[in-house]
Design a protein around this ligand. Structure first.
Ligand SMILES: Nc1ncnc2c1ncn2[C@@H]1O[C@H](COP(=O)(O)OP(=O)(O)OP(=O)(O)O)[C@@H](O)[C@H]1O
Ligand SMILES: O=C(O)C1=C[C@@H](O)[C@@H](O)[C@H](O)C1
Ligand SMILES: [Mg+2]
Length: 167
């Protein structure tokens, strides 16, 4: 089984995904890391050099062309499900799990690590909340196509595994 974790930057896809994979004895794949190793540069540098449109194209290509192991947990990039037909591809190729969180809770987490996230790096803390509210409103209709939605403030590995298995 392939499990694709989706949700806004900071919802915990990478952190929780790694734990979930370990618990299930599945491989863990982080799409942002895969992007960086494939491109040979950081996402931040890639954005600076090539712009967001090029990033989205390359992200989509990598998402769809990677040779995934049969059993794996994939932490997708925060924007990945929201461009092209990526969300349909995800739903046709695995079980999607949306880690849902409020803009305020996301902002609290993201204020610390914003330097490495190109969409946030130039914003002050008040602007981050505003940015997240708008971006999340734009993206919600994609995230909500997930097979399973789970509360990012109360993540529970055993419960999620049961939901995925008995869905
Ligand atoms: N359950 C949690 N409780 C508190 N803090 C958390 C939790 N999960 C993750 N964090 C913290 O929130 C921040 C974002 O987590 P993480 O990098 O896993 O998110 P992400 O969804 O992978 O984000 P991105 O889309 O930018 O890759 C990190 O600083 C992490 O330590
Ligand atoms: O939400 C987004 O658009 C992004 C999230 C990150 O995971 C990275 O994929 C990148 O910084 C863009
Ligand atoms: Mg991540």
């Amino acid at each position: 089984m392939r499990i694709f974790l989706i949700g806004f930057m900071g919802c915990g896809k990478s952190t929780f995904g790694r734990k979930l994979a370990a618990k299930m004895s599945y491989d863990f794949i982080d799409l942002d890391h895969l992007f960086e190793s494939t491109a040979g540069t950081s996402i931040r540098e890639y954005f600076n050099a090539n712009g967001e449109e090029a990033f989205r194209q390359e992200e989509s290509r990598i998402l769809k062309s990677h040779d995934y192991p049969t059993n794996c947990v994939v932490a997708t990039g925060g924007g990945a499900p929201c461009y092209f037909d990526n969300m349909d591809w995800i739903n046709n190729n695995g079980v999607s799990v949306y880690i849902q969180m409020s803009p305020a809770a996301l902002a609290q987490r993201l204020e610390k690590g914003k330097a490495k996230r190109p969409l946030l790096k130039d914003l002050n803390n008040a602007e981050i909340v505003d940015f997240i509210e708008h971006k999340l409103a734009e993206r919600a209709s994609y995230y909500e196509q997930a097979a399973i939605t789970t509360d990012g403030m109360n993540l529970n590995i055993e419960e999620l595994i049961a939901q995925v298995i008995y869905r």
